[in-house]
Each structure stands twice: as structure tokens, then as C-alpha cells.
Design a protein around this ligand. Structure first.
Ligand SMILES: C[S@@+](CC[C@H](N)C(=O)[O-])C[C@H]1O[C@@H](n2cnc3c(N)ncnc32)[C@H](O)[C@@H]1O
Length: 175
């Protein structure tokens, strides 16, 4: 989750940081509840430090497998997935490959892929929307730090208290 320069008047960088994290947590909590009756895995796209991975672990417990993707392993030692659940490499390689071995298998996807490189962040988000389609189960929920255009999916209203544009939620058709 990275939003360079996103501040309001009278809002300190600390305020802005806290709001972003609160929005992220509210969306993860919402997403986990929304897919209670949707079988499938959880995908964490952008393991990073592992904070949101750890929160997802708390939310779903042993009930689902969580696959975490990143080009590098830099997570806190307490938040390192077992090797079978860490998918290392560029998403442009790893996500399509995962889709071939796990078609329509993801009930919940968290995409937290923003970095300080705004251009790369936007390009990745533009690619990611369509690239997600093969992995989505019917009724899957996507939570994203970037706006995505996911063919066939509809935008979902943000949880109360999350400002418009701070996070993005989508749902695939239930069929
Ligand atoms: C904002 S951080 C994720 C933070 C993490 N969710 C957390 O709570 O600690 C974004 C991560 O996405 C990864 N990333 C960005 N673009 C990527 C790409 N094209 N392929 C694989 N990983 C990528 C970066 O390496 C970085 O670790």
C-alpha cells in the first residue's frame, strides 16, 4: 500500500499513514467476512514485510491456504510462509503460472503491490486486473491498494469509515 503525496490540509503524514492502515485493515476484515461461504484460497500479492499476510492469517486461521507472492522475501521472520506457500518472482510470471495450476481457486485476493515507483505501480495495476480473472473463484473478493479493471467483476462499496479512493474492492460473479 503506497500513496506518494496523498495528504489533505491539516493532515500530518502520521495521520495519513494511520488512516491508510485503518482503511487497509477494515477492507481485509470486510473481505474475509464477505467470502465466508466461498470456498477457495487466499492470495496475498505483495508479501513485503508480512503485516497484511499476518492479519489475513489471523482472519482465516487454518480454514484456508494462503499463498503469498513477491519478487523477494523481506518479511519479518514471524511472517514467512512455508516454502509451498511463498511464490517468489515477478507477478507477470508467477500469477499466470499459479492460474494454470490452480484455476478459479482463489476466494480472496489482496493486492498490495504499490511501491515508490509510481509508473511501475500503475503499469502493474493495469496488467493485474485482467490477469486475475483465471484465478478467481465464483463470488471471490479482491481487495486492492490500486484501482483495478477486472473484467466481469463489479466494484463493491467500501466499509464504513473508509474514504473513497483509499482502497478498492471488487467481486467476481457468483454464477
Ligand atoms: C507495499 S509492499 C507490500 C506490503 C505488505 N502487504 C505488508 O503488509 O507488509 C509491496 C510489495 O509488492 C512487491 N511487488 C511489487 N511489484 C511486484 C511485482 N511486479 N512482482 C512481484 N512483487 C512485486 C514488492 O516487492 C513489495 O514487497
Amino acid at each position: 500500500m503506497h500513496e506518494p503525496g496523498r495528504r489533505g490540509v491539516g493532515v500530518s503524514r502520521l495521520d495519513s499513514f494511520v488512516r491508510r492502515l485503518e482503511a487497509q485493515r477494515a477492507c481485509l476484515d470486510f473481505g474475509a467476512r464477505a467470502v465466508r461461504n466461498v470456498p477457495g484460497h487466499v492470495l496475498e500479492l505483495g508479501l513485503g514485510n508480512g503485516r497484511t499476510y499476518d492479519h489475513l492469517r489471523e482472519l482465516v486461521g487454518e480454514s484456508r491456504e494462503i499463498f503469498a507472492f513477491d519478487r523477494q522475501l523481506t518479511a519479518h521472520p514471524a511472517c514467512i510462509p512455508d516454502p509451498a506457500h511463498f511464490v517468489q518472482g515477478e507477478l507477470s510470471d508467477t500469477l499466470p503460472r499459479f492460474g494454470r495450476t490452480h484455476p478459479r481457486a482463489a476466494a480472496l485476493v489482496h493486492a498490495d503491490t504499490g511501491t515508490g515507483d509510481l509508473e511501475a505501480t500503475r503499469a502493474l495495476a493495469a496488467w493485474l486486473g485482467p490477469a486475475l480473472v483465471p484465478v478467481l473463484a465464483a463470488g471471490a473478493v479482491i481487495m486492492s491498494d490500486q484501482p483495478l479493471a477486472v473484467p466481469g467483476c463489479t466494484a463493491v462499496a467500501l466499509p464504513a469509515g473508509v474514504a473513497h479512493g483509499r482502497y478498492f474492492l471488487y467481486r467476481s460473479p457468483r454464477m
